[in-house]
Design a protein around this ligand. Structure first.
Ligand code: ADP
Ligand code: MG
Length: 223
């Protein structure tokens, strides 16, 4: 009967309400800062301390969806000519698909640790007018992260680490001044995005991860 159906709906709604939305944590910073290393370590640690029913996914941008990973391959390949605005639209396409796929994950109470997001778009394409980014963010419904963690390691160590990485992609021209300009921009972006700052040149990877976890707890994300 109708009566019975309504009572089922009521129960479902109540259960939805008690599921706390998962958190979206963005790891940012220049090349070699330790984003990919720390994103994985933090996701591992969060899995240990969160309730076992809450999954923790480690994702990256561009990528982490089927379409996004194809876009990533396209963007990274210096042999395929793509003009800068087309590159931007590809990054936005990847972010839009990620938004669509992350939303139900967060709604289910699961957490996402994301390696790069909007600050990286600005760091690599600083000439894009703010009103364009703002309109895109609004129109495409991009998510607002719960926390931004900006990693840094000081100019010399960053240069050293990215040199050690080898194989340049579309964005790494091996130009030291290019890179240091971007490093400085990331430091400004940390303030604009109200991120916390973590120096990865001091401690081991494990100790750094523990410090970051403390910042996540201090930020009140676990309550
Ligand atoms: P990104 O993703 O930001 O480009 P990666 O995680 O790929 O950076 O590389 C960071 C490099 O720095 C790795 O070789 C890693 O072993 C090294 N490293 C040294 N100390 C740390 C630390 N405390 N945290 C993260 N990475 C560190
Ligand atoms: Mg990385």
């Amino acid at each position: 009967s109708t009566q019975h159906d309504e009572s089922i709906t009521d129960t479902t709604l109540k259960e939805d309400k008690i599921t706390t939305r998962g958190k979206l944590i963005v790891i940012e910073g220049p090349d070699g800062a330790g984003k990919s290393t720390q994103a994985n370590l933090i996701a591992e640690r969060l899995r240990v301390i969160l309730h076992p029913k809450n999954r923790v996914m480690c994702m990256r941008e561009p990528g982490s969806t089927e379409a996004g990973e194809s876009i990533r391959v396209l963007l990274k390949d210096p042999a395929i000519p793509i003009d800068t605005l087309s590159q931007l639209l590809l990054v936005y396409a990847s972010r839009r698909q990620l938004t669509v796929e992350i939303e139900p994950i967060l709604q289910a109470g699961d957490w996402v640790v994301l390696d790069r997001y909007e600050p990286s778009t600005i760091a690599y394409r600083p000439e894009i007018p703010e009103e364009v980014r703002w309109s895109m963010t609004k129109y495409l419904g991009f998510m607002v992260p719960d926390m931004y963690i900006f990693l840094d390691a000081g100019d010399e160590i960053l240069l050293e680490r990215s040199r050690a990485k080898g194989a340049p992609d579309r964005w790494d021209h091996g130009d030291k001044y290019d890179m240091l300009g971007r490093v400085r921009l990331y430091r400004d972006l940390r303030m604009w995005f109200k991120g916390v700052s973590v120096d990865t040149s001091i401690d081991t990877e494990e100790t750094t991860a523990r410090k970051i976890l403390e910042l996540i707890i201090d930020g009140g994300l676990l309550v």
